[in-house]
Design a protein around this ligand. Structure first.
Ligand SMILES: NC(=O)c1ccc[n+]([C@@H]2O[C@H](COP(=O)([O-])OP(=O)(O)OC[C@H]3O[C@@H](n4cnc5c(N)ncnc54)[C@H](O)[C@@H]3O)[C@@H](O)[C@H]2O)c1
Length: 249
């Protein structure tokens, strides 16, 4: 039931949840193919993991570019001979411009966020699926804002609701090939994205609306991703799993 020798691809691997997931799965002896836009931290991570004995391949990939995604996954299968699982974690929350009311949001900001969070995910799914030859597992990063609204955040909220829908739609199709597809919905996880968002929004770190009254460390997420990628979750598909410190409840 472990991920030892399983070939797993991870997008958004250079930072935050993706970075911690890469380290966590390398420690479980999975064979990893990592992708991100940010070359320097990605290559540093690759070198660090290789030094510790892990089998890792990293590529600079923009998930919004379908050809780049296809080439990366083809190179992964050529190197490791198969594909067993995918953690589609790359995502963006947007910059200062995105902190706009519904009637004020700019077309470019909408297209940027939807482009990475939904079209980017679509590019990954359609490149991954044909490469699963013997079943498989897909885990997508949605958000607790994929389940509820938030002020001045319509593009991100819409994009993460779409991730939930895409997960469910894909799961319905893929079950007959024994490919499972789930997503997780993080609440506040203390990553660069979370800090950037809090800084832009001027959010006071009042997290009293969460039962646990705190943000999570990024290292608290990978065990859930590992579970959803492994055979320990063999009867779980099309599901949406909050990891939110008791916000949604
Ligand atoms: N941190 C949170 O509180 C939180 C909450 C809910 C959901 N999420 C989701 O979890 C996922 C990971 O978030 P995080 O907090 O680790 O963010 P992060 O910003 O720390 O990491 C995201 C990574 O995705 C990469 N990326 C962005 N656009 C890309 C592209 N076009 N192609 C390839 N890589 C790209 C970035 O370079 C970065 O390394 C995201 O999908 C995010 O929306 C995070």
């Amino acid at each position: 039931m472990s991920l030892k020798d399983k070939v797993i691809i991870i997008t958004g691997a250079a930072s935050g949840i993706g970075l911690e997931t890469s380290k966590h799965l390398a420690a479980k002896e999975a064979k990893l193919s990592l992708a991100d836009l940010q070359e320097k931290p990605l290559k540093e991570l690759e070198a660090e993991l290789q030094k510790s004995g892990a089998q890792v391949f990293a590529a600079v990939v923009d998930v919004t570019d379908r050809k780049q995604v296809e080439d990366w996954i083809a190179a992964t299968v050529q190197k490791f001979g198969k594909l067993d699982g995918a953690a589609n974690l790359a995502g963006v929350i947007g910059n200062q411009n995105n902190i706009a009311k519904v009637e004020e949001i700019d077309d470019d900001d909408w297209d940027f966020i939807m482009g990475v969070n939904t079209k980017g995910l679509l590019n990954c799914l359609r490149a991954e699926i044909p490469n699963f030859n013997n079943g498989g597992a897909i885990v997508n990063a949605a958000s607790i804002l994929g389940l509820m609204g938030s002020r001045k955040n319509i593009a991100y909220v819409a994009s993460k609701h779409a991730v939930v829908g895409m997960t469910r739609a894909a799961a319905k199709e893929l079950g007959e090939r024994n490919i499972r597809c789930n997503c997780f919905c993080p609440g506040p996880i203390d990553t660069p994205m979370f800090r950037q968002s809090a800084a832009i929004r001027g959010t006071k770190l009042d997290l009293s609306h969460l039962a646990l009254n705190r943000a999570a460390a990024p290292s608290e997420v990978p065990p859930l991703i590992e579970f959803l990628l492994s055979e320990n979750s063999s009867f779980i598909t099309g599901n949406v799993v909050p990891i939110d410190g008791g916000w949604y409840c």
